[in-house]
Design a protein around this ligand. Sequence first.
Ligand SMILES: Nc1ncnc2c1ncn2[C@@H]1O[C@H](COP(=O)(O)OP(=O)(O)OP(=O)(O)O)[C@@H](O)[C@H]1O
Length: 267
Amino acid sequence: MLSLKSITQSPILSAISADFEPGRMVGIIGPNGAGKSTLLRTIAGLLMPTAGEVWVDGQLITRMAPKKRARYVAYLPQSLAQDVPYSVREFVEMGRFSHRSAWSPTDAHDASAITLALRQMGLESLSDAPLSQVSGGEQQRTGIARCLAQESPVLLLDEPISNLDVFYQLDIMSKLASLARKGHLILVAIHHLEFALRFCNELLVMCQGEVYAQGSVKSTFTPQLIRDVFCVDATMYSDPIQHHPRLSMTLCPEKQEEILPATVTVR
Ligand SMILES: Nc1ncnc2c1ncn2[C@@H]1O[C@H](COP(=O)(O)OP(=O)(O)OP(=O)(O)O)[C@@H](O)[C@H]1O
């Protein structure tokens, strides 16, 4: 469904190739600056690759007009522009632009998609609030609601739970996993490794602008990989109550030495 062919974004990304099928939730993990956002923006068609191609459903995404592209992919940026003069509902309504002709009013299907997205993100009571006056987490949920209202088969989400409280972290990751089970393809850049293990089917591990590893969560996620990519020693275990995958993590010894101050002798 989505095919990345040697995408290069000079000097940030080098020759990234990968294929993704519908019905999967793919966690894009990697250190700060690895190129996760740049990759998502390139797939979304917001950045033209220096070389390489992005294909969706057999069509070249970079050649699509924005409206057509939006029917295939919805994109959540890492942070929303906060100073826009729209209410929460009006912002979510923008997700419907690919389904309407210019300036035409929203129809019944638009209205129900918007209302459902607001409800799924727990935003009904904030529907008329100015986006500039809701909290950071509420803004993030508004951005996700806009993506859901778009009803695109591919969702590209850049750190969708970074500002959310623990209820919404769990709630939204569960809802995204459920959307994937219903046939959507979801690519999600995420720093929460335990959630990536728990909710994603596949991982794309990035490091220094390259794909370091890719595959099913089970085959890809190993303590050695975490050590190589993050310089962190990780032990995986199963939560004794819920049996979810858990991680015990500590900095690699060589990194600990780097941050410890030199021994000072007090006379
Ligand atoms: N517009 C830009 N111009 C130049 N360099 C950029 C630009 N945007 C990002 N970069 C650089 O590209 C690299 C990758 O950035 P990117 O935002 O894709 O990383 P990331 O993996 O999403 O990081 P994070 O986990 O911190 O969000 C970084 O070194 C960043 O400084």
